[in-house]
Design a protein around this ligand. Structure first.
Ligand SMILES: Cc1cc2nc3c(=O)[nH]c(=O)nc-3n(C[C@H](O)[C@H](O)[C@H](O)COP(=O)(O)O)c2cc1C
Length: 213
């Protein structure tokens, strides 16, 4: 047993006011993302928890990396036969959350995931290191694996198969763009009276509300 009830700290680095926020949550997200990257305090500033819901209504969260934020969409790449992809096939509503704890900030995005085109997948796949390309072919992501050896052997077999050749993007591998319905920005404050603002998409643009902490 590990008693963690005494582990706590105060959050006092900053504050968030309506006047600080851009009218567009995507612009606001870019400001915070740039600050997270430039702070050099955050090991993986692009790491985000992707939450999906399964066919039998169980939620699962796991980390994926943001690879692009553009035209109002948040992009990540994965295996299209993975559990997360299966969940998205059934229910394309997902949540993405960033925990930039060193800046005492959190961003929660709620939206809809759609697959990228094979052309976009191929374009990004080409930019990946060769080892990652081989791993994409070698991993049946989310399926049971008999042993580490089995994985290593499959990797070695793929490496041999593609020796001296350009590695194509597997059909079972690619990205999603998440189009946001709402985006919440959270800044920790002293005494747990944190600042929260949530943008919600409307027909005309975005509503912005302060939310109780
Ligand atoms: C820092 C970090 C980054 C990760 N990035 C990705 C990623 O970009 N894409 C991905 O498919 N899995 C990534 N993973 C692995 C996933 O968290 C997860 O284990 C995997 O995608 C299988 O998830 P699923 O079985 O729920 O589909 C990452 C894990 C960590 C800890």
């Amino acid at each position: 047993m590990v008693d963690t009830s005494d582990i706590r700290r105060e959050y006092g680095l900053g504050e968030l006011r309506r006047s600080h926020l851009d009218a567009c949550p995507h612009q606001q997200f870019d400001v915070w993302l740039q600050q997270a990257i430039k702070s050099r305090k955050i090991v993986d500033p692009t790491a985000m928890t992707l939450s999906t819901v399964s066919l039998d209504n169980f939620p699962t969260g796991r980390i994926v990396l943001l690879k692009r934020h553009d035209h109002g969409a948040f992009r990540f790449f994965t295996n299209y036969t993975s559990d997360k992809a299966e969940d998205i096939n059934f229910n394309s509503n997902v949540s993405l959350s960033f925990a930039w704890l060193e800046l005492e900030r959190q961003v929660i995005i709620s939206g809809e995931a759609t697959r990228l085109s094979p052309e976009d997948n191929a374009l990004y796949f080409e930019s990946r290191p060769r080892a990652s390309q081989i791993a994409a072919w070698a991993s049946f992501q989310s399926a049971n694996a008999a042993s580490r050896e089995e994985l290593d052997e499959r990797y070695a077999a793929c490496e041999k198969e593609f020796e001296g050749k350009k590695i194509p993007c597997p059909e079972f591998w690619g990205g999603y763009d998440v189009t946001a319905h709402s985006i919440e920005f959270w800044q920790g404050r002293l005494g747990r009276l944190h600042d929260r603002f949530r943008y919600t998409r409307t027909e005309l643009g975005w509503d912005l509300e302060r939310i109780n902490p």
